[in-house]
Design a binder for this molecule. Structure first.
Ligand code: HAM
Length: 421
């Protein structure tokens, strides 16, 4: 049996890399005042149809949807914004009319074509601010993502931003876009021909060669923004400039999910090639309302943690796994095992990592194992030791040995400087 294509195991020797990223993320979120939210891995399918948009690639091609035994249509979450908004509504968090700053870390599922940096089960760290209409909120989330990458030591990031306006200015723009593409419809790929009337903005993002050429000369949305949307975008840009965060305005950046309004952004790490987007997000001022709630604006982003890890590993930016020093109890015979168990308990109580043989190995085998796990001390309890009520405590590197009575072993070892607890 093998893990399914596009999924992977994270084994104990690698998990510290994930803990390393997640600890930095959690510290940063605490500093910025975000509270963690955990939503279910699966939801009713209609949440995503309504939330993400039923013409998007994610919904039409990539969702893991199935019927459960009760005949309900269920989907493994392909992203977490729709679920966060569902939870926000379900628990009436909007009741206090305040600003809610949420973050999450968790697995998402998309039936994508697997390759380096693109998986079917992947993990995202994301944030959502609900209830904040000020462009300062846009600046805050972008800065948060940026600082995270800086803190991790990543350089040469490219922040691309755009505004896709509100419904009014976007509709005017869509009309222009449709008439531009209509005149050259034959050059479009089959997918784009289909999307032209349903979701014309997506054509700007198509990866097919001909579509890319057409997109280059297409009208740009930033020329169609109404005054209000234009001013908001200017404020976001000046906030970033004030914080010395460099960005590129990319009018072709439209993002793949339907809920966005105004600010859209991506942070790319170019060495990752085709999968260089390590973070994507934007504002979604109408999503809460579209999902049946009050008029509450939202903005957020999500970082792909597998991609972030690839970027960090590529630059050697993950520190080595911190080695905790340990003690190995080498016990031979039933009575020795009982004394060993007691000493192990006392050492653990004092915060000292302690191993004991669980495979009924010989004395030699246990000593070998103590060396293999690089224990600082071996606490040896054999027949002689049982007779004398004292264990032999051997420093594994110097070979120095002391006889210590059973009740004193834990104190003796835990007071040693070489043991880090
Ligand atoms: P997204 O752009 O679909 O946005 O995904 C965000 C990030 O998740 C991507 O930039 C990428 O790093 C990672 N990602 C996406 N698909 C895969 C995959 N198949 N394999 C590995 N990594 C992947 C969202 O999901 C929005 N919910 C972000 C957001 C939050 N917007 C507002 N709030």
């Amino acid at each position: 049996m093998q893990a399914l294509r596009g999924t992977q195991d994270i084994l104990p020797n690698d998990i510290y890399k994930w803990s390393y990223m997640e600890n930095i993320i959690r510290d940063l979120c605490a500093l910025y005042g975000y509270g963690e939210i955990r939503t279910p891995i699966f939801e009713e399918t209609k949440l995503f149809l309504r939330g993400i948009g039923d013409t998007t690639d994610v919904v039409t091609k990539e969702m893991y949807t199935f019927e459960d035994r009760g005949g309900r249509s269920i989907t493994l979450r392909p992203e977490n914004t729709a679920s966060a908004v569902r939870a926000f509504l379900e628990h009436k968090l909007y009741g206090d009319q305040g600003v809610h700053k949420l973050f999450y870390i968790g697995a998402m599922f998309r039936y994508d074509r697997p390759q380096a940096g693109r998986y079917r089960e992947f993990h995202q760290f994301g944030v959502e601010i609900l209830g904040a209409s000020s462009p300062l909120a846009d600046v805050e989330v972008i800065v948060l993502a940026y600082r995270l990458f800086q803190k991790l030591g990543l350089q040469n990031l490219e922040l691309r931003i755009n505004s896709i306006g509100d419904k009014n200015c976007r509709n005017a723009y869509k009309k222009e876009l449709i008439s531009y593409y209509e005149s050259q419809k034959d050059m479009l790929c089959e997918d784009c021909k289909q999307r032209l009337y349903k979701n014309p903005l997506r054509l700007l993002d198509c990866k097919e060669d001909n579509c890319k050429i057409l997109a280059k000369n297409a009208p740009v949305i930033t020329n169609y923004l109404c005054e209000e949307c234009h001013n908001k975008f200017e404020k976001v840009k000046s906030g970033l400039t004030a914080l010395h965060i460099s960005y590129v305005v990319d009018p072709g950046l439209v993002r793949g999910l339907d809920y966005y309004t105004n600010t859209a952004f991506e942070i790319q790490y170019p060495p990752l090639g085709a999968q260089s987007a390590i973070c994507g997000g934007g504002r979604y001022d109408k999503l809460v309302e579209e999902m049946g709630g009050p008029d509450v604006p939202g903005i957020g982003f999500a970082v792909g943690l597998e991609r972030l890890l690839l970027a960090l590993e590529g630059q050697n930016l993950i520190p080595n796994c911190p080695q905790k020093s340990s003690v190995y109890i080498v016990a031979l015979g039933e009575k020795a095992e009982i004394e060993g168990l007691k000493i192990q308990g006392e050492l653990r109580e004092k915060g000292v990592m302690t191993y004991m043989d669980l495979q009924e190995k010989s004395l030699k085998g246990q000593m070998k194992q103590a060396g293999k796990v690089q224990s600082i001390y071996a606490v040896i309890i054999g027949e002689n030791e049982i007779e004398q009520g004292k264990a032999t405590v051997k420093h594994m590197q110097t070979g120095e040995q002391s006889e210590i009575s059973f009740s004193q072993v834990a104190d003796y070892i835990s007071q040693e400087n070489s043991i880090n607890k």
